[in-house]
Design a protein around this ligand. Structure first.
Ligand code: BDR
Ligand code: CA
Length: 320
């Protein structure tokens, strides 16, 4: 199996990303790290531990990372994810999975160095931890097999007209990661980067049929998951006017499992950090705009929706 580290801010869809990763035999989850995003670091860290505990998976170290973006204030997505970042269940269970005392950067670096083969990083929140790793621990960069990130968008955003939440939350961090993906002769480290933006995650819609399929799995994880999905669909309907919520984050994990689940286009992408109205916009160069530019990013485009939800349902079926 492919060794992976999930860096997340759970968050409803982050929980499904964790479940897909731990429930699919093609991946070996070596560590889980958390970042402030959908909620405060306290909430996202607790929720990551809860997600693993509900699934009955123990033994994967979980550690906390950045409590705020590199140079901006944290803004929790309370309207979408609730006050505790995991709205829906009447009360959240006390996690049985402990907190690793190391900070996220140390845990990621230790995990990369301990692995004989390079490890895939899957960030599903703001890129604060990953940017800090790249800046503070350049020695471990060659141990990164690739980065598959949920964030950005080819066209429009979901927080501001042009910025998606994870990119908008910490544009400076996203900028560092996208620059690291540039060729060495263009100033980067040549890290392989796949951007899984709204243009593809909005194809992963949680319809009533999807909820019924998850419910039919019949285990504890599925029952907890259905409560999450119903809340997530309700807030998406209220806040974004969408009849079904997009299950953004697990699309990254599905790509790590099987790249054939999505088509990708290799192109040039830069992150806006200065715009008064556009900070966090991912500028995806398409068609002839790419001429002469470094093709630093693989942008995910078309999702095999049926295969994606099959993977989700099968993974939950392997959990507690
Ligand atoms: C992203 O923002 C968060 O609300 C979700 O967890 C996802 O990572 C979508 O814009
Ligand atoms: Ca997330």
């Amino acid at each position: 199996p492919t060794p992976v580290i999930i860096d997340c801010d759970p968050g409803h869809d982050d929980v499904f990303a964790l479940w897909l990763a731990i429930g699919n035999p093609a991946l070996d989850v070596r560590a889980v790290t958390t970042v402030a995003g959908n909620g405060s670091l306290e909430h996202t860290t607790l929720n990551a531990r809860i997600a693993l505990s509900v699934a009955g998976v123990h033994g994967i170290p979980v550690s906390a990372g950045a409590s705020h973006p590199l140079s901006r204030k944290a803004h929790a997505a309370v309207d979408i994810h609730g006050e505790n970042a995991l709205g829906g269940p009447a009360r959240l269970p006390t996690p049985t999975v402990p907190l690793d005392p190391r900070d996220a950067i140390t845990l990621i670096a230790d995990t990369l160095l301990a692995s004989p083969e390079p490890v895939t990083l899957i960030p599903t929140g703001p890129l604060t931890n990953i940017a800090a790793l790249i800046t503070q621990r350049p020695d471990v960069i060659p141990r990164i097999r690739e980065i598959i990130w949920m964030g950005g968008a080819v066209d429009r955003g979901n927080v501001t007209p042009y910025a998606e939440f994870n990119a908008w939350a910490d544009p400076e961090a996203a900028d560092i990661v996208f620059r690291a993906a540039q060729r060495k002769d263009a100033g980067g480290h040549g890290v392989r980067l796949t951007m899984v933006g709204l243009n593809i995650t909005h194809q992963a819609l949680v319809t009533d049929e999807v909820i019924a399929r998850v419910e039919a799995v019949g285990n504890n994880t599925a029952a907890f998951g259905v409560q999450l999905l119903k809340f997530f669909c309700k807030t998406y309907a209220e806040v974004q006017g969408m009849p079904a919520a997009p299950l953004h984050d697990p699309v990254t994990v599905a790509i790590a499992i099987d790249r054939a689940v999505a088509t990708v286009q290799r192109t040039h992408v830069v992150v806006e950090t200065k715009g008064e109205y556009t900070a966090g916009a991912t500028n995806v160069y398409l068609l002839d705009q790419v001429k002469g530019r470094d093709l630093n990013v693989e942008v995910a485009m078309q999702l095999d929706v049926k295969r994606f939800f099959d993977l989700i349902v099968e993974a939950i079926g392997r959990l507690a």
